[in-house]
Design a protein around this ligand. Sequence first.
Ligand code: GLP
Length: 254
Amino acid sequence: MHVSIRPDAAAATKEVVIQIAALVANRANVVLGLATGGTMEPVYDGLIAAHRAGLSFAGTTTFNLDEYVGLGAGHPNAYRSYMQARFFDHVDIDPTRIHLPDGHDADPAAAALRYEALIARHGPIDLQLLGLGRNGHIAFNEPTSSLGSRTRVKLLMPGTRAANSRFFDHPDQTPRLSITMGIATILEARKVLLLALGADKAEPVAQMVEGPISALCPGTALQMHPATRVVLDMAAGTGLIHAEYYRAVEESGL
Ligand code: GLP
């Protein structure tokens, strides 16, 4: 795991934008895995700015990590709506190349299986963008998710619902169910780029990078991925025992 600690959130975000933009600029038909959440909002702002400066997403295929189950089509808090409003509507991406799990299918388990098959058909994902939940979840793989899990329906933990309720008018509107890529699905991406910001991510970041691999902290599964880069601001890196070593590795250029 390559750990980059930047002075502040803006510098960490810029780093992630540069990585994604460089991949899209230099390779045809890139397959991007995309993430949602508050952390990612400035990342999409940065990618839109890159598009306005000439970067084209016309040949890019995208797969989002997850989607709420049960929000109606077009609901403003559906991750599909988030992605349209914050990114897709502002760039030249081909709508037929955009993929999210179908959270309003009457049979969400079947929708999850279809999504896994779709990723297998178009994949592997070249670069998977990830955030980190306060309880160490990646996508909606909550603690105790199987490290071998595939795309499926997951029940959200109360703490995750509470954290995400800030985006809803009333906390009880926050869905209980999601369709999420599994941990094994995520690990098949060629590269993983995880962005975590702020003091409330310091503990899950320390667990993910330096803790034992455990389903209790799903982010620790990334320790088994051969090309994961974790980008942090100073606040999110405060729990790391070996921060000086990670800085030395970066300075060494390895
Ligand atoms: C949600 C998403 C995750 C995301 C997490 C952190 O639960 N399903 O993919 O990483 O929130 O979000 P935030 O960036 O708002 O802290």
